[in-house]
Design a protein around this ligand. Sequence first.
Ligand SMILES: C[S@@+](CC[C@H](N)C(=O)[O-])C[C@H]1O[C@@H](n2cnc3c(N)ncnc32)[C@H](O)[C@@H]1O
Length: 308
Amino acid sequence: MQTSIDLNALRQERLKCLEWKNIKPYWEAIAGLPTVKDVTIQLGDTVVMLPSTLSTEEEQIIYDTAKLMHPWRKGPFQVATTFIDSEWKSNFKYNLLRPHFDLKDKIVGDIGCNNGYYLFRMMEDKPKRLIGFDPSALTFCQFKFLDYFIQSGITYELLGVEYVEFYEHKFDTLFCLGVLYHRPDPIGMLKSLFKGLNEGGELILDTFMIDGEEEVCLTPRDRYSKMGNIYFIPTVNALKNWCYRAGFTEIEVLDMVKTQEEEQRKTEWIHTQSLKDFLDENDQNKTVEGYPAPKRVYIKAKKLRKKS
Ligand SMILES: C[S@@+](CC[C@H](N)C(=O)[O-])C[C@H]1O[C@@H](n2cnc3c(N)ncnc32)[C@H](O)[C@@H]1O
C-alpha cells in the first residue's frame, strides 16, 4: 500500500502540460494580457472582475483570450466588458449548497474544481486556505486567466482526486462535485477523500442518481448522455452505502434535482452539444441511450472524531 508521494516532482511533471501544442497558445495569451489595476471584484451569481481603466484594444485582448480558451463549461464570469456565458449556470449548484456550509477559518479543498468558479465564490466566507484539484490543463488555464484579475491566493493543483490523501495537509471541508460518476472505482475515490479530511471534517458531494429504494446502481454499457466516461449511477441508498464503506457517518441528503435547460444549455462559449442534445427528443425523461435523464443527489457526510 502506498503511503506517501513526492508531490513536488509530480507537480513539475504535471506542469509540462503547459507545453502541449493545444495548451501553449492559452498560456502565451495569458502572458500577453494587459496590465490591470484597481480591479473591483463582485462574488455574486456572476463572478465579476472590473479593472479601472482599459483601452478598447485592451478590452479586445481580454475577450480574445477568453474566447481562445473555449469551451467554458462553468461560470458565469464577467471580465471587464467580456461576459463569459458558460454552458452551466454554476450559481444554481452553488446557491443550492450555500446554506449547508460555513467555511470561515477552514482549510477547504474543491476536488474537480474545473475553472475555480466555486472556489472564487467561497472566498466570501474567508476560509483559512482554498485549494483546488483538477488534472485538466484547459481548466487550469481558464483559472489562471481569471485569477490574473482576481489575485485570489487560491492554490490550483493539477492533480486528480487520487492524490488528496497524499497531500501535505488534511482538509476541514472537501467539496467533490460532479466527479464521482467519472470514476471507475467510486468507493476507492470516497476512501481517498475520507483520508484527506481532518477528524470532524465534512465532505460535500454531488453525483448522478437513479430513483428507487433499492441499494443498486446503473452501470451504462457504453455512453450515458453521450458521455463515454460515466461508470456508476447509484440510487441514494447505494450511494449512502458507498459512503459508509469509505468510513463516513452522518450522511445527510441535501437535495435531489433533475437537470433542466435553465441550468445547462448551449451558449456561444461552447462549441459542443449540451443537455438538449443528450435527451430523447420524444421523452425528456430519458437520455438518447434510453437511460433515466440526468438527476443529481447532493449530500453532506462527516468524518467523526475518534473518541479519546
Ligand atoms: C463534470 S465536471 C464538474 C466540475 C465542477 N466540480 C462542478 O460540479 O460544476 C468534472 C470535473 O472533474 C475533473 N476531473 C477529471 N478527472 C478528475 C480526477 N481524477 N480528479 C479530480 N477531478 C477530475 C474534470 O477536469 C472536470 O473539471
